[in-house]
Design a protein around this ligand. Sequence first.
Ligand code: NAD
Ligand code: TYD
Length: 342
Amino acid sequence: MKLLVTGGAGFIGSNYIRYAREQHPDYKIICVDLLTYAGNMENIAEFTSDKEHFAFYRCDIANKEEIENVFSKENPDIVINFAAESHVDRSLENPSLFLRTNILGTQVLMDACLKHNVKRFHQISTDEVYGDLPLDRPNLKFTEENKIKTSSPYSASKASADLLVSAYHRTFKLPATISRCSNNYGPYHFPEKLIPLVISRAVSDEKIPVYGKGENVRDWIYVEDHCSAIDKIIHIGEVGNVYNVGGNSEKRNIDVVKEIIKQLGKSEDLITFVKDRPGHDLRYAIDSTKIQKELGWKPMTSFEVGIEKTIKWYLANEPWWKNIISGEYQQYYQKMYANREI
Ligand code: NAD
Ligand code: TYD
């Protein structure tokens, strides 16, 4: 079996490759990644020497020729599209990059899948396509039947890609599935996102920026649980279906931040409230009954266990994130957070 994984040098993609190497040691995994600021060969360094089971191509999913070249060389059976511009805040600065990679890139990949008779195309989508939920109705959760209703250029680009995937399935009979997952956390998470940002800054006793009052709620899932869900869907999921994937761990941002500070033995004085993100989604919560009932999946790692494992990983792998935050990231941080304190 040949599995082509796009965005495999990023956070979730590299965790999925690690999961798939363990679960399916006989599969060949072909990783396609442009190595943008978020892609890092260190995330997949342990796999690159095994040429029989692993191949890497640095290429752009929105570049038809480059993608055609990989597909004709490798003839994959299954394609999983993780590649994307993934950070909401960056999408407010440069929407067009998000539209190009997340929408056109998905279309280029699906055209290649049709041409090469790929048996399954799986789109990694997000719960953000459903918009947000109010803070005062805790029983409301997103099901697969919820309307698409987006807030940021990031979520709009992901939702557009989902619509294209459904259209390719219906009209061109592309054997496609989609998963919509909640906020992931775990090893190799790029330190621009909340949890790794808080860990890396708290370790160095640096101020921790919390948007607004920190009351927004996210449903956190340990990345390995997302990987096991994807693996179930590509093997036993039904073509044409959307599957919601959630961690059953809703937390207010401020509580997440305080828990990390507590575990690191640092002071809550590091918390700095900053100007809110424009259009900031209030709450995400996933109802994952469908994948639980139909595919027998469930999340295995509680937030309490997952956050402890994650903090341990960041403490044991300081060179990995220090290397990232010492480079271009510094300008990014300055640009996004300077003069934002309230
Ligand atoms: P990430 O930013 O860590 O990784 C994205 C990867 O895609 C990087 O390796 C990058 O180099 C690569 N990439 C970007 N543009 C590319 C292009 N044009 N061609 C080829 N490769 C390109 O993102 P992530 O957090 O690992 O997210 C992976 C996927 O999961 C995304 O599709 C995202 O929308 C989705 N998702 C993420 C979360 C989350 O909490 N992180 C939750 C739900 C869904
Ligand atoms: P993030 O990790 O960017 O994921 P998403 O926006 O996709 O949910 O942010 C998670 C939550 O944390 C979100 O409500 C925004 C908030 N946040 C902060 O309060 N401070 C920060 O510096 C960042 C990056 C996020």
